[in-house]
Design a protein around this ligand. Structure first.
Ligand code: C5P
Length: 222
């Protein structure tokens, strides 16, 4: 099948907006592949932290990104034969990912890897710039958002659920700092793509958000 006709559903949005859960479930329902683009930035960040790479060295970070030995196996994320599914979710890794994601060379190095996820019968791509930069011809673009308070509460419950201690005030500050960085960076800033459906999930359950995305998808071409 010609790549350009393989459907892409782009789901973008800020940290903890619920897009991971929603994108995953939409992919499951449709039998589509799933691209967690944030995981690629997190894998690069984890590699850099472990190797002690200078986090201001754009060229060295881009090289790391370009040569990532990673694979996605079911729900597991493997980096150089190690299962790092949990390790990449650490707050330190997320914050580092958001810093290195401001570098053009790093974003460019991860481009080919992301495009490679476009495989039949289709892909649901989750990130910040899926609809605006990586897959501008996605058949459906969704921008999921939620209030900072709702997102901080979700993140808090997630962490506590995993037995990780968390502080609501720190989480709020972290989310705001990451939003600022993601929204105000010059390259691929976090903005709704042209033609994106904006969905505020502050008062929606994950099931309701999934149903809305599937409804938009079903309505295409009608
Ligand atoms: O979505 P997640 O929180 O896993 O992403 C980690 C970081 O990677 C984000 O804060 C963002 O800065 C960066 N990112 C990005 N572009 C994407 C996905 C993630 O810049 N498409």
């Amino acid at each position: 099948m010609v790549t350009s006709v393989i459907p892409v559903i782009a789901i973008d949005g800020p940290t903890a907006s619920g897009k991971g859960t929603v994108a995953h479930r939409v992919a499951d329902k449709l039998g589509f592949h799933y691209l967690d683009s944030g995981a690629l930035y997190r894998l690069t960040a984890l590699s850099a932290i472990r190797r002690g790479t200078d986090l201001n060295d754009e060229h060295a970070l881009a090289k790391l990104a370009e040569h990532l030995q990673c694979s996605f196996q079911g729900g597991d994320i493997i980096l150089s034969h190690e299962n790092v599914t949990e390790a990449i979710r650490a707050e330190e890794v997320g914050n580092t990912a958001s810093k290195i994601a401001t570098f053009h060379a790093v974003r460019h190095a991860l481009l080919g890897l992301q495009l490679g996820f476009r495989k039949a019968p289709g892909v649901v791509a989750d990130g910040r710039d899926m609809g605006s930069v990586i897959f501008p011809n996605a058949v459906l673009k969704v921008f999921l958002t939620a209030s900072v308070a709702a997102r901080a509460e979700r993140r808090y419950k997630q962490l506590i659920g995993k037995g990780i201690s968390a502080n609501m005030e720190d989480l709020l500050m972290d989310l705001q700092a990451r939003d600022d960085r993601d929204t105000n960076r010059t390259i691929a800033p976090l903005v709704p793509a042209e033609g994106a459906h904006v969905l505020d999930t502050s008062n929606l359950t994950a099931d309701e958000a999934v149903a809305q995305v599937l409804q938009w998808y079903a309505a295409i071409g009608k």
